[in-house]
Design a protein around this ligand. Sequence first.
Ligand SMILES: C[S@@+](CC[C@H](N)C(=O)[O-])C[C@H]1O[C@@H](n2cnc3c(N)ncnc32)[C@H](O)[C@@H]1O
Length: 271
Amino acid sequence: MADSEKLGLDFNEATARGLERLYSTPDVARQRSHVLAALALRAGEVTLDVGTGPGLLTADMAEMVGAAGVVSGIDQSEPMVAMSRERCKDQPWVDVQVGEATDLPYQDGVFDAAVATQVYEYVADVDLALSELCRVLRHGGRALVLDTDWDSLIWNNSDPLRMRRVLDAWNEHSQHPSLPQTLSGRLKRAGFQIVARDIIPMFNPEYHAHSYSIGILDGIRAFVPGHNGVTEEEALDWAADLRVLGEAGEYFFSVNRYLFLAVKPGLPSEG
Ligand SMILES: C[S@@+](CC[C@H](N)C(=O)[O-])C[C@H]1O[C@@H](n2cnc3c(N)ncnc32)[C@H](O)[C@@H]1O
């Protein structure tokens, strides 16, 4: 592990099941629709999904490119790879393997399009990962990168100091909790031309069990004990406060994800 790397979220089997539930909420399904619309995959395209996670986006990409296309997927976590393979087992043009975003096992210039949603915020050397992404795209190929900015979070609560302590602890779950703020510069330095940027809010103004914020609440509650001095009891009290406010009709949650669509410029001779 590099010196600068934090001990963040462990993408084990339990996390894989939790993420599958979280990513099946209408909030994250809406995000996937947005991503697919921006990427505008065509039948027959050769595509890459970096950090497939549970494989929900991978399966949707496979649907769009069809049997004449290819979806290669890569994830560092074996349970995530197993889940993605199972989800795409009836789409034999999908190939998911264990691998590292900073060392993609593909030749230069082979992909028409590539996505990495909610992945680079977990990668310590994000600049290396972006230059790998650029390397494997063909000239004119497009890349879509999406990450959360936890600085954008608003969550109504009755103890702002405790909320701050818990959120500072939660910021330790990833390598770059506010990555979108620096993504424009990083993408350009990696060799990309940015063609579009968009904001995708996760907005839950009401308390619903099957929502992004209630899913992430459980994830935060499980992660924070032992981080930034937060105890198990404090984490339980923090979560209980949000549920009580929710049941009293006082719920309000909002956090933003940011989408970047970029292309690898054509060869200079292509004018
Ligand atoms: C939050 S999930 C996102 C999953 C998926 N992209 C989606 O949006 O549905 C992050 C995934 O990135 C993977 N990941 C994190 N760091 C990685 C790295 N350095 N190389 C490859 N995969 C990585 C994790 O194992 C996990 O499956």
